[in-house]
Design a protein. Structure first.
Length: 356
């Protein structure tokens, strides 16, 4: 046996064995994926802003005088008519003031009549040269003082009656009581609200919008409002007022008026206003999960071939993030189909099976 030929034989066997292994290596598996069609770039972008509802015309009802609440017959949610009793104070002290001022007025009237009669008597004597000039002047001064005291007594009585009237509050117009921040037997100060009246059914949602976005808003711009108290429903709305910036915050208060709100909507309900912004897109928007690769490196998407059986890896240039989507500025065109679920397990040219 020629041992010099042995290494050659061994090498040949190894090569032959290696070729056999490559020939029997399994092909890449068919991967199930979820795909989506690349859409045309949107003309605008909807943004949602949280807020709270309230009536556009809300009137706090309070007393001009202080005192203890004796009657408070309304509750939040009550429909009231113009002139209906809202609240009444304990008016015992106010009644006493009225009676006291009426008595003082009666006394002032009597004093004024007496001073006037004395003046007429002294004047007649003065004209007949039976009294001096100084006596006539004293009588006239007494008459003027009595008339001034009478005027003051009348004003004091009118003031006491007005205060008595101020101890009772009636609905200034038809509306709905939306809050009652006081209780019966509670002492309230002048101007302290005891009820809040929504004078009509106009409802607004007050939201705060970032200063960087507010210049894109305009009065009358359409919006859609969704309220937590009305799940599954949405209400057409429009921007009715754009305020000034909030102190210390980079935000601006914006009022969104509901165009046809149901009467069951109440103030203080949480909700969101969705407003459409016109924004320029440098490319298309795709789901964030469709893009692979580190953010600071080259990024890729998997493009499905025409017959939907395999994928091709394609480099793309990405831009801004939009919620759960990312802007692709270069590398994709509308109408192409890409993998949006299962992209991390693919290889270039791998066969796929599209699932719903």
């Amino acid at each position: 046996m020629n041992y010099w030929n042995t290494p050659i034989i061994i090498v040949a066997l190894l090569v032959s064995a290696g070729c056999g292994r490559r020939a029997t290596e399994p092909e890449l598996p068919v991967r199930p994926v979820i795909t989506a069609e690349v859409k045309e770039p949107p003309a605008g972008r909807a943004r949602a802003f949280a807020g709270v509802t309230r009536g556009e015309v809300e009137t706090p009802i309070s007393f001009r005088v202080g005192g203890e609440i004796a009657e408070l017959p309304v509750q939040s949610g009550d429909e009231v008519e113009e002139g209906q009793l809202i609240a009444r104070l304990d008016t015992h002290d106010l009644d006493l003031n009225v009676r006291r001022s009426e008595a003082q007025l009666a006394l002032a009237e009597a004093q004024q009549r007496q001073a006037l009669a004395e003046y007429d008597r002294v004047r007649a004597l003065f004209e007949a040269d039976n009294v001096s000039r100084s006596e006539f002047d004293r009588a006239r001064s007494a008459r003027d003082a009595a008339e001034a005291q009478l005027d003051a007594a009348r004003e004091a009585m009118n003031q006491a009656r007005r205060q008595l009237d101020h101890g009772t509050r009636y609905a200034p117009r038809d509306g709905t009581i939306i809050a009652v921040p006081a209780n019966r037997y509670q002492f309230v100060s002048p101007g302290q609200p005891v009820a809040v009246l929504r004078a009509d059914h106009t409802i607004i949602l007050e939201v705060n919008v970032a200063e960087t976005l507010v210049n894109e808003l305009s009065i009358g711009q359409p919006a859609t409002v969704a309220l937590e108290a009305f799940p599954g429903q949405s209400f057409e709305a429009a921007i009715s007022e754009i305020g000034a910036g909030l102190s210390g915050l980079a935000a601006v208060p914006v009022r969104v008026r509901l165009l046809d709100p149901p009467a069951s909507i109440r103030s203080g309900q949480a909700g969101e206003a969705e407003i459409m912004f016109t924004e320029e897109m440098a490319g298309v928007l795709v789901p964030l999960a469709a893009v692979t690769g580190a953010p600071e490196q080259q990024r890729f998407v998997w493009v499905v071939n025409d017959d939907g059986t395999a994928v091709e890896q394609r480099a793309v240039e990405t831009g801004r993030l939009w919620d759960e989507q990312i802007e692709v500025r270069d590398g994709l065109t509308p109408g192409e189909r890409i993998v949006v679920r299962g992209a991390n397990r693919l290889s270039d040219g791998q066969s796929i099976r599209v699932v719903e």
